[in-house]
Design a protein around this ligand. Structure first.
Ligand code: WTA
Length: 650
């Protein structure tokens, strides 16, 4: 049996359940399942009640306008996200509360209170204005996990300039592609970033990117590394962050944004080679991020909340910055890797700040598990009261380990399913009321009509199928930037009238949902989304390669590993050096996260008679499972040869 099937089987056999303690329930924001019934009776009112907890310059006229597949939320409302994350907390005791606690890789810390952050954001908003940025202009941000990243994004929100954040691990070429698609005129980066003690040359990558991205006229550079980074500043184009901030005024009027004005674009991998710019707007997104942070993480005034994601991904947008700050919480932001300088790093941070809520990815949990519980055991983790998981299915063993060794058997675990496109969590336990089953994301958030359907879009009451969402929610993506048709095609055409997630899932007899993973050509490698096509394009760009087909294979640690079946130009010989070169080439084109784990050379790729690469077959070979039906193959011998080669390697 294939490894993947085994994992899924183990998942579905899991029978243990965990109910919240009485003590937890008593204090929880949500302590009765009446919320589901109330939400069902009047979904719009449910969201409107959350919207009322935020500060609006002008109230909305209509909660929802739904012309499928286009939704507008809180139309007519005027609101500013930075105002809601900052200004509105200043009139209470939150003014001097820590908004962001930043911990560097090497152990320094910076605490920004709400008042500090407010001042910094205002000053940087004025800097942006001084550089000519106006409402509606897209600003690209390519920064490591430093406080300036939070400041920059909130400053953009303040003046109504949508940000497009590009993960610092992406290459110059990926950065340039995203700049060109969004046509942004300003880029914010740093001289470098620290990763496991080494320096990531962000400014150098940015310089390379700008050779191909002519829309950018101004670059702001944060000094993080200093002289070691050896950057060159281009006169008239490049400015140091600290120089610009020096004389910048500490107040900038927040822009009165329409609820449906764009807040940000975030590029994510789809099923084609080109990442899609997911568009999120202002009012609905904020309401979604605010409400889910409050309820799913049961966030309270006194919590110290830590989400370990990078802000370059959607999890960091919604659950390090916008959701927690809109709630007036203390959000911890960590610069570095979980295993640097040693594998106790995360637990040292939990102890240092007495973190109460901890949110991470299964891939990290599996790594901790492999390293052994003796490491967390060296630290005091008793401050923790709630744990979260996101990014990929969590296998029951990892769930139990997390519960036992990190949560001390007392913390509920919220396994949160969502996507860049959904903007906020759509499937998750509500920790005060939900009986947990390890490996299941449990139930849809109130009002969310998640369903499992078959090929024809018919509901499957109990069993596996495609995961769809049948009604709009406030933080849903509004479109794909510059490609409205692809929005309709990609998400709303596979099953008419339903949002197709791209995931497969199963529903059990209690109605619990078990997300099984992607059913399209998107891979999930260590919680990072990558398309097979992106990696293929990078490989065929190498002068030695004629053709390549990439598939994801089950990996114990990373969830999925990248396997690239590759055909070389005639007469070229395979060698370990060539494998290394090809892997490096992909890292250079996309980023290190896309580097194939395995490259398998083959004289030809298996294709159907109509010339389509048979990915299912390749996946089966990569998983080491038996071959399926090969009669539609042009030359079945190819597959046999491939399979033998694969087995030889083991
Ligand atoms: C997967 C990350 C199972 C899923 C927030 C989805 C999950 C993709 C879970 C989105 C979970 C995310 N259980 N699978 N709790 N959370 N996924 O856009 O395949 O980077 O479609 O957003 O991650 O990845 P994205």
């Amino acid at each position: 049996m294939a490894k993947k099937e085994k994992t899924i089987e183990a998942l579905l056999k899991e029978k243990r359940t965990f109910s919240p303690s009485k003590k937890f329930t008593e204090k929880a924001h949500v302590n009765s399942d009446a919320v589901y019934r109330r939400a069902k009776r009047n979904p719009e009112k449910f969201w409107e009640d959350f919207a009322k907890e935020l500060d609006w310059f002008k109230k909305w006229r209509k909660v929802l306008s739904w012309k499928p597949p286009h939704a507008k939320w809180f139309t007519g409302g005027k609101i500013n996200v930075s105002y809601n994350c900052l200004d509105r907390h200043l009139s209470s005791e939150r003014k001097n509360k820590a908004a962001i606690i930043w911990e560097s890789e090497s152990g320094e810390s910076v605490v920004l209170t709400y008042w500090d952050l407010y001042r910094e954001v205002n000053r940087f908003a004025n800097v942006l204005k001084g550089l000519g940025v106006k409402k509606g202009d897209v600003v690209t941000i390519y920064l490591p996990m430093v406080p300036e990243l939070a400041i920059a994004m909130l400053a953009c929100a303040r003046i109504g300039a949508p940000h497009s954040i590009v993960f610092g691990g992406f290459s110059a070429e990926s950065l340039s592609g995203r700049i060109n698609d969004s046509k942004s005129k300003v880029l914010i980066t740093s001289d470098g970033g620290y990763r496991r003690g080494g320096i990531v040359p962000l400014k150098k990558n940015a310089d390379d990117a700008l050779k191909r991205s002519k829309s950018v006229k101004k670059m702001v550079v944060v000094k993080r590394v200093g002289s070691e980074a050896k950057v060159r500043m281009k006169k008239g184009r490049d400015y140091w962050w600290h120089d610009l901030m020096e004389n910048s005024h500490a107040y900038c009027e927040p822009e009165r944004m329409d609820s449906e004005d764009m807040l940000f674009i975030l590029y994510t991998s789809g099923t084609t080679g080109k990442p899609k710019g997911i568009v999120h707007t202002t009012g609905g997104y904020l309401v979604g991020a605010y409400a889910t942070t409050k309820w799913v993480f049961d966030l309270k005034e006194e919590d110290t909340y830590w989400c370990t994601a990078d802000i370059g991904w959607v999890t960091g947008h919604s659950y390090i910055i916008y959701g927690p700050l809109a709630n007036g919480a203390t959000s911890l932001m960590y610069e570095g890797a979980p295993d640097y300088p040693d594998i106790g790093r995360f637990w040292a941070i939990v102890e240092k700040y007495a973190v109460t809520i901890f949110y991470t990815a299964p891939t990290a949990i599996r790594a901790f598990m492999r390293w052994g519980e003796e490491h967390p055991q060296k630290y005091d983790l008793t401050s923790l009261r709630l744990l979260g998981s996101v990014g990929e299915p969590i296998n029951p063993e990892a769930w139990i380990w997390y519960h036992t060794h990190i949560g001390g058997k007392k913390c509920p675990i919220v396994d949160t399913w969502w996507q860049t496109e959904t903007g906020s969590i759509l499937i998750s336990a509500l920790p005060g009321i939900t009986k947990l089953k390890p490996g299941s994301a449990t139930l849809p958030f109130p009002t969310i009509e998640a369903d499992i359907v078959d090929e024809d879009g018919k509901t499957i009451k109990e069993g596996a199928g495609y995961l769809v969402i049948k009604s709009p929610w406030p933080s849903m993506l509004r479109t794909i930037y510059g490609d409205p048709e692809r929005y309709v095609e990609q998400y709303w055409s596979r099953f008419p009238g339903m949002y197709f997630t791209g995931d497969g899932a199963k529903r059990d007899k209690d109605g619990y949902l078990w997300v099984l993973g992607r059913v399209d050509d998107v891979m999930n490698v260590a919680g990072h989304r990558l398309s097979t096509m992106e990696v293929e394009s990078a490989l065929v760009d190498h002068p030695s390669v004629v053709e390549s087909a990439v598939v994801g294979r089950t990996d114990q640690l990373k969830g999925q590993a990248i396997v690239a079946f590759t055909t070389l130009k005639k007469d070229l010989k395979t060698s370990a050096k060539l494998v290394g070169d090809l892997r490096q080439h992909v890292a250079k084109k996309i980023g290190a996260i896309a580097r194939p784990d395995e490259i398998i050379f083959t004289a030809e790729l298996p294709k159907t008679r109509s010339g389509k690469i048979m990915r299912r077959l390749l996946r089966n070979i990569a998983e080491g499972s038996v071959l399926g039906d090969t009669t539609t193959l042009a030359d079945p011998g190819v597959v046999k040869e491939l399979k033998e080669k694969y087995e030889d390697k083991e």
